[in-house]
Design a protein. Structure first.
Length: 134
């Protein structure tokens, strides 16, 4: 297993390849990860500063044998309504055989990162490149 990460002002990016003993172990890992993400609420509890985390997970068709992407972002309460706040990250996990490729990227963008086609396109391309190499 190898993880490579880089960070800069208000930005972080990481890529990794998890290698399991066999395909069944890789599938069990990803099944558990997908199930865990599915139990997370779309909006979390509001903290003392008036901010709340938001999260969305969904399958990605055509990416490996099995895949999921997870977007998370922040919102803050303002006079009875919720406003998106800077700070979002996007994570992809995709399986091929006994390998699970992962990538994540976070920055100061606002709102649901799964709807950011530029960010999602870069992340998906990194995962596809890793899967093509195994």
């Amino acid at each position: 297993t190898r993880i490579k990460a880089s960070s800069g002002p208000e930005h972080v990016e990481g890529n990794g390849l998890l290698v399991f003993t066999d395909e069944a172990a890789a599938q069990a890992f990803l099944d558990q990860a997908i199930a865990a993400y599915a139990t997370c609420p779309a909006q979390g509890a509001t903290d003392e500063g008036g901010f709340r985390p938001s999260q969305k997970s969904e399958a990605v068709a055509g990416l490996g044998v099995q895949s999921v992407r997870i977007g998370s972002w922040w919102e803050y309460g303002d006079q009875g309504s919720w406003v998106v706040s800077p700070g979002a990250d996007l994570t992809y996990l995709a399986r091929k055989g006994k390998f699970v490729a992962l990538t994540y990227e976070g920055d100061e963008s606002s709102g649901d990162p799964t709807a950011n086609t530029d960010l999602a396109g870069r992340a998906q391309a990194r995962v596809q490149q890793m899967l093509h190499q195994v």
